[in-house]
Design a protein around this ligand. Structure first.
Ligand code: ADP
Ligand code: MG
Length: 584
């Protein structure tokens, strides 16, 4: 039904050039050109969290490459497209490697810097026509037809927009896409499930730049004239503005924002000077007010506002087909030494959070790590998983030293964890969050995701995620956005996500916090069952009854120091432990 409506609208849209006047067709062409750039910004800024003011410069690279090649060398526009994409890819790779490493305010500042630099480069290069620009760019030829009118240009532009929309939607629904969606708020979590976040950011950056270059190529052959003005910083800001107003987190927000701002700008440019009585760029003032209004009333942009009203009516359900489990890891021999923590030390300035702590964990064991608040339990987890570097000592896993390994590499060895401060991607469904846990069990990359060619593997990953969600008892919440669950349940989603990684060692940081009695009982039964299957669990927990009934051995920490270690019964009766832990 909804699909039928979409097809009908798309069909109508295809006839737009025949139905609309030249003026409106031209406007639609421009909207399409802008939308291509803004789609890149949605992916880069809205979803991956990398604010860029510099996208207009990439439009310029695409436009100038083809302008130069087709006028100075009589090359075909298609060769111009290749050159434009190539040059842009190289520039974006270099700029991306530098800029995506910047954090906080330095990232947008960095994009402003190269946005300006490229603008002046276009203007100052003699062979690119300086600030006067280059004219006489040939029109595009498709199947022997020269595209000289706004009507004929409508089709290549909007086919490119369609391809960009589909590729981004597909990408976001893929293995890489889940990782991209985790970049903004929970990048460290993604790393601990094996995502190479630095490389992924650069890939996103390059793809957004290529979309901008494609827009520039179309623009050059549409206008048949280029000069530096439309590739300057102020236009880069305008693109970002379109994304923010339309809804930077949404693919449809890009189209809405591009359309709205383009039409509004046209209207304002004809109406405002009459109202004010003098000419000038008064639309800037109106846009400023609009931006503030949107940021106040609809943080997520206009599409975000719409989406919040329609999603509850049609949750984004992913198809889950029955599928075999992805290949599982070989378990270590029962009772062999799995994890060795030797004199591990972590200092934060003058504070010794973990003070030469040593313990061992054997395969198939549930080891409890207990101690009062601030004892250093979570820090110990971070040392084992590589999220924090050791200040001293050593951690070995299955005989191998983990020293200097990044979290993604440690994850690959078979260690998965949950976080005391829950790190889920709130807008993603429970299913997708858990599927992120299986990141390393798939291999489909960015391009395969974009082209929708990873369906067989994706079926396996989603089916496995669904299985783990059933296993922890959240089967009815498969398609619920993770952020809307109660906090206790979110912790259980984290357990499912860790299980989806098929770990050898599972680190649980206070998984039972916020659970009701019955839910705790269910969790204890699950952990016992997992132990029965040969999984080893390192458990941090506050609830003593929960811990003592479940674990094989306990290690007690206090102020970063190991106080005691042994069987639950012995440790519980140890006066030193009672004194420290129970404050007796
Ligand atoms: P626990 O998990 O046992 O409650 P933590 O490992 O979180 O304790 O913290 C141990 C100590 O280290 C606390 O005093 C805490 O304030 C400090 N700490 C933890 N992480 C950091 C950090 N990133 N920077 C500075 N101090 C920290
Ligand atoms: Mg803690």
């Amino acid at each position: 039904m909804r699909r039928g409506l979409l097809v009908l609208l798309a069909g109508l849209f295809a006839f737009a050039p025949a139905l609309l006047s030249d003026y409106w067709t031209t406007l639609l062409d421009y909207i399409g050109l802008y939308a291509l750039v803004v789609l890149g910004i949605v992916l880069l800024t809205g979803i991956a969290g990398q604010v860029s003011f510099g996208q207009a410069a990439f439009v310029g690279l695409g436009a100038y490459a083809t302008a130069w090649l087709t006028t100075a060398h009589d090359a075909s526009p298609w060769i111009g497209l290749l050159l434009g994409l190539l040059v842009t890819a190289v520039f974006a790779l270099v700029l991306g490697l530098i800029t995506t490493r910047l954090s906080g305010h330095f990232l947008p500042l960095g994009t402003i810097a190269w946005g300006l630099a490229l603008f002046y480069l276009f203007g100052n290069l003699e062979f690119l026509g300086g600030f006067t620009g280059m004219s006489g760019i040939p029109p595009l030829q498709v199947l022997g037809h020269e595209l000289r009118s706004a009507q004929s240009f409508f089709y290549p532009i909007w086919l490119c927009v369609l391809a960009a929309v589909l590729s981004i939607q597909w990408l976001l629904d893929s293995r890489s896409g889940r990782a991209i969606r985790a970049l903004r708020s929970t990048a460290s979590m993604a790393q601990s499930f094996g995502v190479d976040t630095a490389t992924l950011k650069v890939k996103v950056f390059v793809y957004a730049a290529l979309l901008a270059a494609l827009s520039g190529w179309l623009y050059a052959h549409f206008q048949r004239f280029v000069n530096p003005t439309p590739f300057g910083l102020h236009v880069g800001i305008e693109y970002l503005f379109m994304a923010v107003v339309g809804g930077a987190g949404y693919v449809w927000g890009a189209l809405l924002g591009a359309a709205l701002i383009t039409v509004l700008k046209q209207l304002l440019q004809s109406v405002l000077p009459q109202l004010v009585g003098s000419s000038g760029q008064f639309e800037i003032v109106v846009f400023g007010v609009l931006l503030i209004a949107v940021l106040h009333g609809a943080r997520e942009g206009i599409w975000g506002w719409i989406d919040a009203r329609i999603t509850p009516l049609r949750p984004h359900r992913r198809m889950i087909a029955a599928a075999a489990a992805p290949a599982a890891r070989a378990r270590p021999a029962p009772d062999s030494v799995l994890l060795e923590v030797r004199a591990a030390r972590k200092t934060f300035g003058g504070l010794i959070a973990v003070n030469d702590v040593s313990f061992e964990q054997r395969a198939g064991e549930i080891l409890g790590l207990i101690g009062p608040n601030g004892a250093g339990k979570s820090t110990t987890f971070n040392l084992i998983t590589g999220m924090l570097p050791l200040s001293g000592g050593e951690v070995r896993f299955r005989g191998q030293s983990l020293a200097g390994l990044p979290p993604a590499r440690i994850a690959r060895l078979g260690i998965a964890r949950t976080f005391q401060h829950v790190k889920l991607v709130p807008g993603m469904s429970v299913l997708e969050n858990v599927a992120l846990g299986g990141h390393l069990r798939g291999g489909a990359g960015f391009v395969r995701g974009m082209l929708h060619l990873e369906r067989a593997e994706e079926r396996l990953l989603l089916a496995e995620a669904a299985r783990q969600i059933e296993r922890v008892g959240l089967g009815e919440h498969l398609h619920t956005p993770a952020g809307s669950l109660a906090l206790g349940m979110q912790r259980i989603v984290e357990v499912a996500r860790a299980l989806a990684a098929d770990p050898t060692l599972l680190l649980l940081d206070e998984p039972a916090a916020g659970l009701r009695y019955q839910e705790k009982q269910a969790l204890a039964r699950l952990l016992e069952k997992l132990r029965g299957e040969g999984l080893s669990i390192l458990l941090v927990e506050h609830d003593m009854d929960f811990v003592m009934g479940l674990v094989d051995r306990v290690v007690v920490l206090d102020f970063g120091v190991k106080l005691a270690e042994g069987l639950p019964r012995t440790v519980r009766d140890d006066p030193v432990v009672i004194e420290a832990y129970l404050g007796a």
